[in-house]
Ligand binder design. Sequence first.
Ligand code: APR
Length: 241
Amino acid sequence: MPANQSLPNIVILTGAGISAESGLKTFRDNDGLWENHRVEEVATPEAFEQNPGLVYRFYNARRAQLQQADIKPNAAHLALARLEKALGNNVMLVTQNVDDLHERGGSETVYHMHGQLLSARCAITQETFEWRDSFDHTTKCPCCNRVTLRPDIVWFGEMPMFMEEIYNRLAQADIFIAIGTSGNVYPAAGFVQIAKESGAHTIEANLEPGATNALFDESLTGPASSVVPQWVDNLISMYAL
Ligand code: APR
């Protein structure tokens, strides 16, 4: 379905902060560790080559945690799903998060630029498979029947997914909002600059100013579960959606 010209084109970028109130730790918590690990130990191709056992165990633990009964989407995820229902294809939801809380909150189209926890990828064919259980170096890949499965995660030094689609939409955006992301990891941290150059109104929604705060036209300061529903409700009433 083409975008509706009378409604704004909105690109939404979410980061770990939107899932913090759902019980998932952010990456750059005060201890600088991600669930007790330095990112270089678990989130690089070199780590996977040197210590695959640790990397499999780490992502198996994250995948199991994500499926615990107490991990649920919060009001911010639900609000973004409402916005998608109201604006349809005029909204693009891009997330750096590898959890499935946007989908569970009701969002239908989510661009997971850093991959997904509930997915496994064949290192040879790059085919992906929905995967809810643990897997490791002994697990046979469904496509080639060899032991080639890796977490479907974009590690540091790898190219994020959907970049062409995202840049195309940023070039047409009227509004760009970054929610719960510290603005430290590129290319996502550079989206605000591109949106700004395309003439978009840029908004940062975060507990505190992120690294690129100076590039935003507006700041919504506070927990995502309160500032995001307010922002969505304002938009819905402004455009009588
Ligand atoms: N509401 C809004 N913002 C919050 C909340 C909350 N409840 N809790 C935390 N935040 C903010 C923090 O202040 C911080 O600015 O969310 C941000 C989270 O930042 P990071 O931990 O750096 O997460 P993110 O920006 O998503 O990281 C980007 O880095 O490690 C890689 O690939 C990984 O996708 C990840 C990428």
